[in-house]
Design a protein around this ligand. Structure first.
Ligand SMILES: [Zn+2]
Ligand SMILES: [Zn+2]
Length: 174
């Protein structure tokens, strides 16, 4: 659990807190799916006092492992994302969410950075991930990875017909 204390910002002892740290996270939960985080998460930026409240502006970089949308092969995906928005106390959540700005919630005087990292990674994950533009994917018939093997589905059907032409008629009856 990664918590950042906001006490000194809130009391205005400090006007800005710089963030520069690395955090090892094994995995994040994305809609019930476990996504591996394969490189330490790097956070660089600041939280500053402004007239409208505390404002977070940071860059989050890491590498995650996800699977190709077509062939399901695991691949490394670089994440380089910006998290920007006001910090809002949990009690003022409803008001804040009506606005257009991104907000990050905190409780007490602590900002849970783990949630910010997780949400930022999820938002910046590519919706459709391809190992290559030419990825041929998996055959829906036999399940072979068409990048590695040639599918035999259509070929086998042709062979069957050659061996026994009655087979086709039989299939129609079934
Ligand atoms: Zn692929
Ligand atoms: Zn096939």
């Amino acid at each position: 659990m990664l918590n950042i204390s906001l006490g000194e910002l809130k009391s205005r002892e400090l006007d800005i807190v710089y963030l520069d740290f690395e955090e090892k996270i094994d995995s994040i939960d994305v809609d019930g799916r476990r996504v591996k985080v394969t490189s330490p998460v790097k956070v660089e930026g600041s939280i500053a006092n402004t007239d409208e409240g505390m404002y977070l502006d940071c860059r989050i970089t890491t590498v995650i492992e996800d699977s190709c949308s077509r062939c399901l092969k695991n691949m490394q995906v670089e994440i380089d994302a910006q998290a920007q928005g006001f910090l809002v106390h949990k009690d003022e959540e409803e008001e804040a969410l009506e606005g257009e700005e991104d907000v990050f919630l905190y409780e007490g005087e602590m900002l849970n950075f783990h949630n910010i990292i997780r949400d930022t990674i999820i938002i910046s994950m590519p919706q459709k991930l391809l190992c290559s533009e030419e990825c041929k994917g998996i055959c829906p018939g036999c399940g072979v990875d068409l990048n590695i093997e040639e599918c035999k589905c259509s070929k086998e059907q042709t062979d069957e017909r050659l061996i026994d032409p009655r087979f086709e008629k039989l299939k129609d009856l079934l």
